[in-house]
Ligand binder design. Structure first.
Ligand code: SAH
Length: 225
């Protein structure tokens, strides 16, 4: 199944807003760390409902571009804001429709591992960023967070499962300096008391704690020399 088929279906069934609510728990911390300044142009890869750009516009960026491979995602994102300085476009992580050295920052939340060739995507990110530009890459699906590994079985698009070191190495291979790497725990999700387990989604409380409080979101920050 293609990105378009898989995620158009998610958008039409309202999963875009559901993801926004859940991802916000850690995405808000990722966005707060971005060194955006008034006048900056920012690209959001796999924008979903477009919430990241709506939040960054409140911090004064001049222009936000939300790229998504699923037209229904881009269409929904457009309908959630009438801000003319945020644009949504349909495209693929394989070939970013931006000129060399044209953007101040790129951000991506819970989307990078869907890239069909993640190394090429990193090179594309490097290409479109200006010197000194940053890439904030946030993923919940990564090697150390073992209770996320089952997601692949529910998603028809092939996913890349890297560990922390593999992210840093791939960033360096693409010519990005690794400025920071960190895991951001999800402290907002409610974890029921032990006697509530198993739940519909979790066998044990320990597994849920490991997924959210221990690991949460892996953030790797790259800077263009
Ligand atoms: N960033 C949003 C959405 C995450 S879901 C959030 O945090 O909620 C992942 C998104 O990436 C989906 O909207 C999907 O359509 C998009 N996507 C996945 N693979 C893609 C690719 N290869 N090119 C462009 N968009 C892609």
């Amino acid at each position: 199944m293609s990105v378009r088929e898989e995620f158009d279906a998610w958008a039409t069934s309202g999963k875009d807003r559901g993801m926004e609510d859940r991802h916000w728990h850690t995405a808000k911390h990722v966005l707060a760390r971005m060194p955006v300044e008034a006048g900056d142009a920012v690209l959001d890869l796999g924008t979903g409902s477009g919430y990241a750009l709506r939040a960054l516009r409140e911090r004064g960026i001049a222009r936000g571009y939300g790229l998504d491979g699923a037209p229904e995602m881009a269409r929904n994102a457009r309908s959630y804001t009438d801000d003319a300085d945020v644009g949504f476009l349909v495209g693929d992580f394989d070939a970013l429709p931006f000129a060399d050295d044209s953007l101040d920052h790129v951000v991506t939340m819970e989307a990078f591992y869907y890239a069909s060739d993640p190394h090429n995507t990193l090179e594309e990110v490097r290409r479109v960023l200006k010197p000194g530009g940053t890439f904030y890459c946030a993923v919940n699906y990564f090697e150390e967070s073992e209770h996320t590994h089952g997601w692949q079985a529910n998603i028809a698009v092939e996913m890349t499962l890297w560990n922390r070191e593999q992210y840093r190495e791939a960033f360096r291979d693409a010519g990005l300096h690794v400025a920071a790497q960190d895991t951001i725990p999800d402290r907002d999700i409610e974890i029921p008391p032990a006697d509530a387990f198993p739940t519909d989604s979790w066998e044990t409380r320990e597994a849920m704690v490991d997924r959210y409080r221990t690991w949460g979101t892996l953030l790797t920050v790259g800077v263009v020399p």
